[in-house]
Design a binder for this molecule. Structure first.
Ligand code: FAD
Length: 469
């Protein structure tokens, strides 16, 4: 008889697990409080933010077009229509996941689940009913929530988290983004493109802490122009409601003592959401950071319970969640699948985009690893020049001796799409020679990957950089 599994949480981890399990012939119950599968990513994260970033890009390009001899005049922003467009995108995708869920005969229950015992779940259904589901295994895909800290938790409609900012209450005159991570920079870029004077404050000495500085520099240069103020190594010490907005007090060199903004977007990170009722009735362990502990198959200390996605550890990214989903399902099926990717790509969908996969230069330095780095500046790319986007850089992190590609970093327009080739190269154990010998279409930005491999050998067609003897 086929196994029956329950998946709690229908984000890109949960729905990917449910659909794959159904494809493998399992009986599947998927539970989430939303009408359709989608989770944070589809309803309040990846997808709505990218719909708005698409519009932001158009606005930025239309402004820039004057330099090419095309003038469009000042854009008129209809915020209600823009919000409706974003909502249509979300609706289209989530109704689609709802449909494919039905096609696969997944038993989707809209409601809130709790654990009764390691093989039983109770659901408080959205329609008011109760249901108990008895299964062979449970996958917890509970996701994450925005981090809150008391000093930045002002109960005011002018203080937003990412969900509130995506709801586009209006196009404010001014906004402070607290946190220079990817979510804050992406949403800050949207508001800046719409015409808001955006400032960002980051506690560490630079934007996007953790990412390679040479990549971040290209974004920082752009942000310095499009945002009103970038304050790094600066802390927000207090926030209070003022007559015309929110008054924020800062501590840091170069920052004002205080300033007032129409809105404040607090995006200081996300925390795992391991708080499901009844978890204490199982052997599942939660670590000091709040992540559910799992083994390489994503099995928790309770043999019938698995955990995947944001609740199961960093990086908190949708594609990592979906990949873990397949591992957990195969483990339930009895296969020897393990989660051991060589590269999990990370993309910051700002303009320029920043993307990396595998080992970063910063990580190599921290780990004391000797690596060779080959960089190709986009100023030498025909395609980048043709589209007037020379603000880019492609680099390879290479293992000396074997010449294996350990990491790829890209900053530039469309870096998020380009990085996929880097992931494949790393996963396939490709060498710099492999990348150099693979014919890339011309003129494309993908050539920057091939040419950075050529730089490694001191033979790049468009860059004169002889190999040091
Ligand atoms: P989630 O998507 O968080 O879904 C978990 C679901 O479980 C939720 O619907 C929740 O309500 C439900 N749930 C929790 N407890 C219960 C319960 N007891 N009963 C029933 N349901 C429950 N990632 C990327 O890779 N690329 C991006 O571009 C990107 N952009 C982002 C932009 C923003 C603004 C935000 C906030 C996040 C972004 N992320 C992005 C992160 C991405 O959204 C997460 O990594 C991803 O959603 C994690 O998937 P998940 O399956 O672990 O859980």
């Amino acid at each position: 008889m086929s196994q029956h599994i329950a998946v709690i949480g229908a984000g890109p981890g949960g729905y990917a697990a449910a659909f794959y399990a159904a494809d493998l012939g399992m009986q599947v119950t998927l539970i989430d409080n939303e009408k359709n599968p989608g989770g944070v990513c589809l309803y309040r994260g990846c997808i709505p933010s990218k719909a708005l970033l698409h519009v932001a890009k158009l606005l930025d390009e239309s402004k820039h077009a004057a330099e090419w001899g095309i003038e469009f005049g000042a854009p008129k922003v209809d915020v209600d229509k823009l919000r409706a467009y974003k909502n249509r995108v979300v609706e289209k995708l989530t109704s689609g996941t709802g449909q494919v869920s039905k096609f696969r005969k997944v038993n989707y229950i809209q409601g809130w689940a709790s654990i009764v015992d390691p093989k039983t779940i109770a659901v408080k259904k959205a329609d008011g009913g109760d249901e108990t589901v008895r299964v062979d295994a449970i996958i917890l895909a509970l996701g994450s929530l925005p981090t809150k800290i008391p000093s930045l938790s002002l109960d005011s409609p002018r203080v937003l988290d990412s969900t509130g900012a995506l709801d586009l209450p209006e196009v404010p005159k001014s906004m402070l983004v607290v946190g220079g991570g990817y979510i804050g920079l992406e949403l800050g870029s949207v508001y800046a493109a719409l015409g808001t004077r955006v400032s960002v404050v980051e506690m560490t000495p630079g934007l996007l802490p953790g990412a390679d500085r040479d990549l971040v520099k290209l974004l920082a240069q752009r942000v310095e122009k499009t945002f009103e103020k970038v304050m790094v190594a600066t802390k927000v010490t207090a926030m209070k409601e003022a007559r015309n907005g929110v008054e924020v007090t800062f501590e840091g060199e170069g920052a004002p003592a205080s300033a007032t903004y129409d809105y404040v977007l607090v995006s200081i990170g996300r925390r795992p959401n391991a708080k499901i009722a009844g978890l204490d009735k199982t052997k599942v362990k939660v670590d000091a950071k709040g992540f559910i502990e799992t083994d390489a198959q994503r099995r928790t200390a309770e043999p019938t319970i698995f955990a995947i996605g944001d609740v199961a550890g960093e990086p908190m990214l949708a594609h990592k969640a979906s990949h873990e989903a397949r591992i957990a399902v195969e483990a339930i099926e009895g296969k020897k699948a393990v989660f051991e990717p060589a590269a999990i790509p990370a993309v910051v969908f700002t303009d320029p985009e920043i993307a990396w996969a595998g080992l970063t230069e910063a990580e190599a330095e921290t780990q004391g690893l000797t690596v060779e780095v080959a960089k190709f500046p986009w100023g030498a790319s025909g395609r980048a020049i043709a589209i007037d986007r020379v603000d880019g850089l492609t680099k390879l992190i290479i293992e000396p001796g074997t010449e294996r590609i350990l990491g790829v970093g890209i900053a530039g327009s469309g870096a998020g799409e380009l990085i996929a080739e880097g992931v494949l190269a790393i996963e396939m154990g490709a060498t710099a020679e492999d990348l150099k010998l693979s014919i890339h279409p011309h003129p494309t930005l993908t050539e920057t990957l091939m040419e950075s491999a050529e730089v490694f050998f001191g033979q790049a067609t468009h860059v004169y950089k002889p190999k040091r003897k």
